[in-house]
Design a protein around this ligand. Sequence first.
Ligand SMILES: C[S@@+](CC[C@H](N)C(=O)[O-])C[C@H]1O[C@@H](n2cnc3c(N)ncnc32)[C@H](O)[C@@H]1O
Length: 214
Amino acid sequence: MKAYVLTASVARYILDHSTPPDPLLLELAAETARLTGDDAEMQISADQGTFLTMITQLVAPRVAVEVGTFTGYSSVCIARGLAGGRLHCFDVSEEWTAVARRYWEKAGVADRVTLTLGPALETLGGFGEPIDLAFLDADKQNYPGYYELLVSRLRQGGLLMVDNTLRRGQVADPGHDDGATALMREFNDLVREDPRVSVVMLPLADGLTLVRKL
Ligand SMILES: C[S@@+](CC[C@H](N)C(=O)[O-])C[C@H]1O[C@@H](n2cnc3c(N)ncnc32)[C@H](O)[C@@H]1O
């Protein structure tokens, strides 16, 4: 359970009162833990997964983009919410996304997902379609670069979701002055000051920022 920002009991309560992951997502989470060890912590939480599916159903995107796919949990959740659209995934790891590919097949969504391998600052730069919905969950130091690439491609009214923006609450704690926390604070300031968007930060898991292009 990811209880970085909320108290553990509130996070537990939220999980217990949200639609739980189905057997396929539980199997993917278990396999990810077995294969990747401590790196499994990178996977989104179960309540975030339910949220991603619901938001995708509500936005009904024709073009959805994910930057940071890992073993596929968030992409399965987004792809399941699609009704006729496509999800374009970007990641640098052939090894981790091989697991994602297997689970796209198992979930019956492989036909609506495209994977591009390589450093996403470069690969995303070559993506030309207007984006309706995007989920950013890759290397945090490149968030400003990904943000610009994604927001400039978002259609008017399109939505970008950015994960880990509260950094375990450390962004709001002046006692944390390490470089990674400072970078996330700068990123959050940059988003807040961007006149092209409206923004709200949700305390879900490690912090999820919703950015809507005006
Ligand atoms: C936090 S994990 C994504 C977790 C995923 N959303 C999930 O729910 O399982 C971050 C991912 O970003 C990828 N990544 C790191 N640096 C990258 C880069 N420069 N370009 C593209 N992807 C990158 C990693 O390979 C990793 O799979």
